[in-house]
Write a protein that binds this ligand. Structure first.
Ligand SMILES: NC(=O)c1ccc[n+]([C@@H]2O[C@H](COP(=O)([O-])OP(=O)(O)OC[C@H]3O[C@@H](n4cnc5c(N)ncnc54)[C@H](OP(=O)(O)O)[C@@H]3O)[C@@H](O)[C@H]2O)c1
Length: 253
């Protein structure tokens, strides 16, 4: 089960954290992987790691905020590996900005990266997937997406962007439901990555968060990657429009 041999995946934000772990997991299951992010040195290191394990991977320098980079990432993936089956829409940024101090630029930076870019990456990928009537689009949302009782003061732009990701996931799932493309989201809880490194340095905040998590620990990127593999697989053929919260029990408590 969950074999991805012959499949081609594009992972945005593959240079660290959840994207990196997911790229490794997808490659382990046999997929060929195109790795997109801005830090090329980190992508090249990951390419070497995947190749050393017997897989195939390609680094594509990409800023998801630039339409030409997005077009290039999808075109290079198809030119190199012949098709595109799986998209992990994962590149994202966090930011702590108090509501009363929020600027238009501060809002745009987060929402454009975490939501607008997700849409245009998905749109560009879907055009390729439709050629084969097969696709798996997986969007990384958050427990801060709304509707699950986990808002966060000081991160309204982030919460709004991730709420948009869930809404977009449902809309795209409906749009492509009869065309072989599934679209799902994963809402991670607090995961140990570069994004949360500063939180772990703030003892009071970190302790408070741990107290709210039933499992009393942050998750590991590999624990998100496992769900990415499932959603990318043929076995997930009847799963679309869903958001899976992988959060140590946070949203259930
Ligand atoms: N960690 C958590 O607790 C948590 C919880 C819920 C959701 N998430 C979501 O999970 C996703 C991955 O985050 P992470 O936790 O793995 O953090 P991370 O280690 O900081 O990874 C973020 C990734 O996004 C890439 N990125 C950011 N802006 C980009 C841009 N303009 N163009 C291309 N790539 C860009 C970064 O690559 P470069 O800097 O090399 O471009 C990096 O690879 C994000 O969408 C985040 O919101 C994380």
């Amino acid at each position: 089960m969950f074999t991805l041999t012959g499949k081609v995946a594009l992972v945005t934000g593959a240079s660290s954290g959840i994207g990196r772990a997911s790229a490794l997991a997808l490659a382990h299951q046999g997929a060929k992987i195109a790795l997109a992010a801005r830090r090329v040195d980190k992508l090249e290191t990951l390419v070497a790691e995947i190749q050393a394990a017997g897989g195939e991977a390609l680094a594509i320098p990409t800023d998801v905020l630039k339409q030409e980079d997005v077009q290039n990432a999808v075109a290079k993936t198809v030119a190199t590996f012949g098709r595109l089956d799986i998209l992990l829409n994962n590149a994202g940024i966090g930011s702590i900005e108090q509501t009363l101090d929020m600027t238009s630029d501060g809002w745009d930076k987060v929402v454009n990266t975490n939501l607008k870019a997700y849409f245009f990456v998905a749109q560009t990928a879907a055009k390729e997937m439709l050629k084969n009537k097969f696709g798996r689009i997986i969007n990384i949302a958050s427990i801060l997406s709304g509707g699950v009782g986990s808002g966060m003061a000081g991160a309204i732009n982030y919460c709004a962007s991730k709420g948009g990701v869930v809404a977009m996931t449902e809309g795209l799932a409906d749009e492509f439901a009869t065309q072989g493309i599934t679209v799902n989201a994963i809402g991670p809880g607090f995961i140990e990555t570069e994004m949360t490194a500063s939180v772990q340095q703030m003892p009071d905040l970190y302790k408070g968060l741990l107290a709210r998590i039933p499992m009393k620990r942050f998750g590991k990127a590999e624990e998100i990657a496992a769900t990415v593999v499932y959603l990318a697989s043929d076995e997930a053929s009847y799963t679309t429009g869903a958001t899976f919260y992988i959060d140590g029990g946070w949203t259930a408590s």
